[in-house]
Design a protein around this ligand. Structure first.
Ligand code: GLN
Length: 456
């Protein structure tokens, strides 16, 4: 814990940690020492980790990367962070992220972007660690903590993991409680671990998840021993390769990464099967209707009355002006864009044309996966991202849709509620990490982690 706290102090330029909690860390570390001495060491005993700023941590600033939550100190602990503390984990602080988890580069954060510790060869252009869990990915990759929590609504664990050479798993929807996690799109949001290895991910996921009566969508299922399931034996497993993920204009190095992964799994005894997920091309548009729709509703609570930032009242304004000014000042441009899109697609005149249609598309996407799993496929192998980490600022001037395209391989998994994991398996020409994604059957994270272990 002390070594991590020192490393964090020396790594301010990465802007990964946005709130530091050294006193909490030292107290938790001492408690962990005591448990260790008493011979009662749980799975995460004494392990120093970072917590994404989206998780409510009792008495510790939890701003979700937003100005509107400035000054907000939660009165309670999120279930996931509490589960981790109960398992002995030590909290070093809160990690940078895109505002309300909306973004793919950590550049929408009120704290400014986090920075990827990797560089393109000798070129010192600062690169994005990905987003929205960019601070988590940067902190793990730079050894500022042993692991971190992330959340994933459309790829926010898997894309930053791929950009930083770390491992990130989004479990099945309902595996981790969402209680105490600031809501972005409630039907898609899931928490998961971001770690240095598949084994660490297995250990941490087991500590994080489990049934929680405080979240009505949390699954009442036993939590398997994920670490014990890591045999790495994939002989006879059927690995699906979806032809629709072979996009036009896919960079050669991503093609090669994918072929190498396929070859590796085949050599390890898996059966490689060409599969079709025909509705894949509608996933991004459906996601970018459903996620903003849910966000516009979830974000209605930030009105200047209940949380954080408030504007206007001191100028003698009425309540409507106070709402308007608070939200205009408190939300950044990407969040405002999502609220407007969401409100529009939910409006009486357009509900059927957009929101309802997107929900139907979502069902078709889910059925595509159900069909291939019914045909005996154990897991599906795809690239995690369409490129390696890009330069900070490189995508922000472009059309926002260019940034949304980053999620092309990840959003289907959230729409279908499936578990997905990003594993670092290669490098691009400049030496930047690249990752592959494995998608599993619902609730079969144990099997998915074991396949990922074979690929690592
Ligand atoms: N990049 C996607 C978005 O901006 C996904 C974000 C996430 O998974 N939280 O919505």
């Amino acid at each position: 814990t002390e070594a991590c706290l020192t490393a964090i102090e020396g790594a301010g330029a990465l802007n990964a940690f946005v709130h530091h909690t050294p006193e909490i860390a030292m107290a938790q570390a001492e408690a962990a020492d005591a448990r260790l001495k008493a011979g009662d060491a749980p799975a995460m005993c004494g392990l120093p980790i970072g917590i994404k700023d989206l998780f409510c941590t009792k008495g510790v600033p939890s701003q979700a990367g937003s100005r509107i939550l400035q000054g907000f100190l939660p009165q309670y602990e999120s279930t996931v962070s509490q589960n981790l503390f109960d398992a002995g984990a030590v909290m070093l602080g809160k990690l940078n992220m895109d505002e309300f988890a909306m973004g793919s580069s950590n550049e929408t954060s009120v704290y400014g972007n986090a920075v990827n510790p990797w560089r393109r060869g000798n070129d010192d252009t600062a690169l994005t660690p990905g987003g929205s869990s960019g601070g988590s990915a940067a902190a793990v990759a730079a050894d500022l903590c042993l692991a971190a929590t992330g959340t994933d609504t459309g790829g926010s664990i898997r894309q930053p993991a791929a950009f930083t050479g770390t491992v990130g798993i989004k479990p099945t929807y309902g595996r981790c409680s969402r209680w105490g996690i600031v809501a972005f799109a409630s039907s898609l949001d899931q928490a998961g671990p971001m770690t240095k290895s598949v084994r660490d991910a297995a250990i941490m996921l087991e500590a994080m998840c489990g049934h929680d009566p405080k979240d009505s969508t949390s699954a009442d299922l036993p939590v398997p021993d994920f670490e014990a399931a890591l045999t790495g034996d994939i002989r006879g497993k059927k690995i699906g390769i979806p032809r629709e993920y072979r996009m036009d204009g896919m960079p050669e190095e991503i093609e090669n990464l994918w072929s190498d992964g396929i070859a590796m799994m085949k050599d390890a005894g898996a059966e490689i099967v060409d599969i079709s997920l025909p509705h894949t091309k509608y996933a991004l548009p459906a996601y970018y209707v459903i996620a903003p729709a849910e966000a516009s509703s979830n974000l209605a609570r930030y009105d200047g009355v209940r949380y954080g930032h408030r504007a206007g009242l001191d100028q003698g304004d009425g309540i409507t002006e106070m709402y308007e000014k608070t939200r205009a000042e408190g939300f950044g441009p990407e969040v405002q864009r999502r609220v407007m899109i969401g409100t529009y697609v939910l409006s009486a005149g357009f509900y059927d044309a957009y929101y309802n249609r997107a929900r139907k598309v979502r069902t078709l996407i889910k059925r595509d996966f159900e069909q291939v799993f019914a045909d005996g496929i154990d897991c599906i192998l795809t690239p995690a991202t369409p490129s390696a980490a890009f330069g900070l600022g490189e995508m922000t001037d472009a059309d926002p849709v260019a940034m949304y395209l980053n999620d092309v391989f990840t959003v289907t998994v959230n729409l279908a509620g499936l578990p997905g994991i990003a594993v670092p398996t290669g490098q691009d020409r400049k030496g930047l990490p690249l990752g592959l994604q494995l998608i599993g059957r619902p609730w079969e994270e144990a099997d998915l982690l074991s396949s990922a272990y074979a690929l690592e």
